[in-house]
Design a protein around this ligand. Structure first.
Ligand SMILES: Nc1nc2c(c(=O)[nH]1)N[C@H]1C(S)=C(S)[C@@H](COP(=O)(O)OP(=O)(O)OC[C@H]3O[C@@H](n4cnc5c(=O)[nH]c(N)nc54)[C@H](O)[C@@H]3O)O[C@H]1N2
Ligand SMILES: Nc1nc2c(c(=O)[nH]1)N[C@H]1C(S)=C(S)[C@@H](COP(=O)(O)OP(=O)(O)OC[C@H]3O[C@@H](n4cnc5c(=O)[nH]c(N)nc54)[C@H](O)[C@@H]3O)O[C@H]1N2
Ligand code: SF4
Ligand SMILES: [Mo]
Length: 734
């Protein structure tokens, strides 16, 4: 049989690379970058190639599993739904809607079926107990976007193709391929920036792969970016460098900001962040005086004590230096579908509200409808009205991804009922009573929902499935609708396609006079395809580019929608169409920074990192990625290694109070002295999992060290960087 070539977007990370997949006799022969892709132009990383391994992985679940007498048994889909139909409704009826919790993990963002239909399940459950990986990640970014621009997903990104000066804090896009910034081949784009005379600067406690490309790298004491950023904003005011430019007339709160940063001169903050005052001033001056410049921060700035303040201050630097919403500075992407900053009335809106409710036990305020995932264990453990007694996890592995998984594991054990929608029997899903697997990514259509809202260039790309779904395997949107039907008391005989039709009819009605035209255009479609067709045909490029799924598919590499362009004030969804650059909660939270100015530097703190051949907790079972040197190593500076008696390849004991882990040492002068770096998502030695390759080299679970109660108070984000630890050589036991 002859080979067939398929083009599809990689669903594994935020770079969203276009792939070219060759298939023969229903087997994947090769996966490479798709050169004609308008957005990623042939770029690919080893994980994209490993989609073949994922598709073929014998441990990837092909049927539902039901746990009977403590043992998982394969089951048919009918049996699995029947079990859920028998056990979930009594929890809701007996204990109320909040008694069922819902947890969404990272792959949810990469699957249109999960992304568009998870809200349906959430609504059907009617629970406040919704948790996601966002509170281990980027919720500070959403909070600042919501407060300042009126929409959680209005995220400015550097205009990397035109900027001449790019400051990157706490991000390593060469390894991670970018985050809250969809930028495949960052390396190539950074090299082009330098080739045209531009400058790349990196602030990171580790001399990372990205720092290695940079003109300038500065170590920073982990958890203290807030002080550097305050020192820079202070300098802009002190030296008369503030120039808000074109958007100046939209800004409120300038005086409040100027006053709030007064106490933070470069001299005051230098010792605390570990960057000298001369450098802090120079960075601020270069930012302000380079005609096109941008500041970008990510994981390292979000997942620490001052996640929200950092994100706010980064936006302030871009705004106050006159580079915000300007070519060569930072710009807001304009997505072809599903972006709330392209619907409603341009330039005005309701803005966002937070704290509409708080978590029952810890009192953590809701942000974006979410309670911090670090509250989940206590919500399960603590008796009372609203206690979580049943849980549904969707593509999530919080036992490894969140702080103190041991406590969470224990709590999950105590649930009355648990369902995991997951493709593996892993550290989290082993606690479930029923596991419902999704299809292989190659058996699914694909269109990215969030990432075009974060992309370096506007684009629209669509992928059809490479293979048909196996007989009987539902799409994940259908599984979600079935769970929703069960939660609504419609029973397991509900026809999910009919439910989807009803919901779509409601959507059409909401469109008013455009309804009939769209009904005609979507004839014969269902599920995410139909919603996508509607979104494209009502989106911002419907008229200019005649977008539809067919129009996108007619072009092999997708449709290029051009470079990013200024969008203010049209983008704003705030009341009055203005930007309050001094949200009260941010200004008030500065008191925490003031109080911490004199805090002495701990002898040793721990931070995280990412490796190209790994992705969070779930790709360690793929042979192509698992081979080669051990990647879960604790990087320590040679001076620290000498002082602590650690040698390359030996085991270290890392402690935080009575929490302890053992990790393999890798001595490295990439590290800032006094800082140890360990990746997260490892520790695959839990009993009862089914990931044979991952279990061969389990690695250490970084999150076992962390305190689940330590959060950024404004956003509820977990603190995963800059935590004090004690490191020593592991003494062999007798
Ligand atoms: N210490 C520390 N902790 C961290 C981080 C850190 O930097 N340091 N990073 C945090 C970040 S940024 C994130 S996003 C979180 C991630 O946290 P999680 O989302 O909880 O973790 P993942 O490892 O991404 O787990 C994804 C789960 O989805 C399953 N899965 C994969 N594909 C599919 C699919 O198509 N369908 C279904 N149903 N399931 C699927 C996998 O088997 C796995 O169980 O981790 C966070 N944890
Ligand atoms: N290969 C690979 N790619 C991935 C993932 C993966 O696991 N593996 N995960 C994906 C996900 S879910 C996400 S969210 C993104 C994240 O993408 P990035 O934000 O680029 O994540 P990291 O590579 O963890 O980079 C964080 C950097 O912050 C530094 N850092 C730690 N603490 C501090 C601090 O206090 N201050 C400063 N300035 N820096 C600090 C660390 O040394 C590290 O270099 O990556 C995505 N892409
Ligand atoms: S960088 Fe790698 S994992 Fe990310 S989308 Fe591209 S090929 Fe996939
Ligand atoms: Mo993430």
């Amino acid at each position: 049989m002859s080979d067939t070539t398929h083009h599809r977007i990689c669903p594994l990370c935020e770079a969203c690379c276009g792939l070219e997949i060759t298939v023969r006799d229903q087997q994947v022969i090769s996966i490479r970058g798709h050169d004609a892709d308008v957005f990623s132009a042939g770029y690919i990383c080893p994980k994209g190639v490993a989609l073949k391994d994922l598709h073929e992985d014998a441990d990837r679940l092909r049927t539902p599993l039901i746990k009977r007498n403590g043992v998982f048994e394969p089951a048919s889909w009918d049996e699995a739904f029947a079990e859920i139909g028998r056990r979930l409704p009594p929890v809701l009826e007996g204990h109320g809607r909040n008694a069922v919790g819902l947890v969404a993990g990272n792959p949810t963002a990469h699957k249109i079926g999960l992304m568009l239909y998870l809200p349906r399940l959430l609504k059907a459950l009617g629970t406040r107990n919704f948790y996601s990986a966002a509170t281990l990640d980027q919720i500070p970014r959403h909070l600042v976007s919501g407060l300042m621009y009126g929409q959680w997903m209005s995220v400015p990104v550097p205009d990397i193709m035109r900027t001449q000066w790019l400051l990157v804090l706490g991000a390593n896009p060469v390894a991670s391929n970018g985050s809250m910034w969809t930028v495949p081949d960052f390396r190539g784009k950074a090299k082009a920036l330098r080739a045209r005379g531009g400058k790349l600067l990196v602030i990171d406690p580790r001399h990372t792969e990205t720092a290695a490309l940079a003109d300038e790298h500065h170590f920073i004491q982990p958890g203290s970016d807030v002080f550097l950023l305050l020192g820079m904003v202070h300098t802009l005011f002190a030296e008369g460098l503030v120039k808000a430019g074109r958007i100046g007339e939209l800004l409120d709160g300038m005086d409040a900001v100027s006053e709030a940063v007064q106490p933070f001169s470069p001299e005051t903050v230098a010792t605390r962040c570990g960057i000298d005052a001369v450098t802090i001033r120079r960075l601020a001056r270069e930012l302000a005086t380079t005609p096109s410049a941008a500041v970008y921060g990510r994981m390292g700035t979000c997942t620490q004590d001052y996640g929200s303040l950092n994100t706010w201050l980064i936006d302030l630097l871009n705004i106050l230096s006159g580079h915000f919403d300007e070519e060569g500075g930072t710009l807001f992407p304009k997505a072809a579908a599903f972006a709330f900053n392209t619907t409603g009335i341009p330039g005005t809106g309701r803005g966002v509200t937070t704290g509409r409710f708080a978590s029952r036990v810890g009192g953590a305020p809701e942000v974006m409808g979410e309670i911090p995932i670090t509250c989940l264990a206590e919500e399960i453990e603590t008796p009372g009205q609203g206690q979580v007694r049943a849980l549904i996890t969707v593509a999530a592995n919080p036992v490894l991804s969140a702080p103190n998984g041991a406590r969470l594991s224990q709590a999950l054990q105590g649930l009355e009922f648990m369902v995991s929608m997951d493709i593996y029997l892993n550290e989290t899903s082993r606690h479930a009573d029923v596991i419902l697997p999704g299809p292989s990514p190659l058996e699914d259509m694909h269109y990215d929902v969030p990432f075009p809202q974060l992309s370096w260039r506007n684009h629209a790309r669509y992928s059809a499935p490479v293979f048909e779904r196996p007989a009987g395997q539902p799409a994940e949107w259908q599984t979600l609708l079935m769970l929703a039907a069960i939660a609504q008391g419609k029973g397991v005989s509900a026809d999910v396609n009919a439910l989807d039709d009803e919901h779509f009819a409601d959507e059409l009605r909401r469109l008013g006079e455009r309804g009939p035209t769209l009904q005609h255009a979507t004839q014969g479609m269902r599920g995410p395809d139909r919603l996508l067709e509607m979104a494209l045909r009502t989106g911002p490029y419907a008229e200019s580019h005649g977008l539809s799924i067919a129009a996108i598919r007619a072009r092999e590499g997708g449709i290029d929608l051009g470079p990013l362009a200024p969008r203010l004030p049209e983008l704003l969804r705030t009341p009055g169409g203005r930007i309050n650059i001094a949200p009260a909660c941010m200004v008030q939270d500065l008191a925490r920074a003031t109080a911490a100015l004199e805090t002495p530097r701990p002898a040793m703190v721990i931070i995280g990192r990412r490796d190209t051949r790994s992705n969070n907790s779930w790709m360690h079972n793929l042979p192509l990625l698992a081979k080669g040197p051990m990647r879960c190593t604790a990087l320590v500076h040679p001076d620290d290694a000498r002082r602590l008696g650690l040698r390359d390849g030996t085991m270290a004991l890392i402690r935080n109070g009575n929490r302890r882990i053992e990790a393999q040492v890798q001595v490295s002068d990439e590290m800032m002295p006094g800082v140890v770096s360990l990746p997260h998502g490892w520790g695959h030695d839990a009993p009862g999992t089914r990931m044979a390759v991952a279990a061969q080299r389990p690695g250490a679970n970084l999150n076992a060290l962390f305190d689940e109660a330590r959060r950024d108070p404004l956003s509820g984000n977990a603190v995963l960087n800059g935590v004090e630890v004690v490191v020593g050589a592991l003494q062999p036991t007798a």
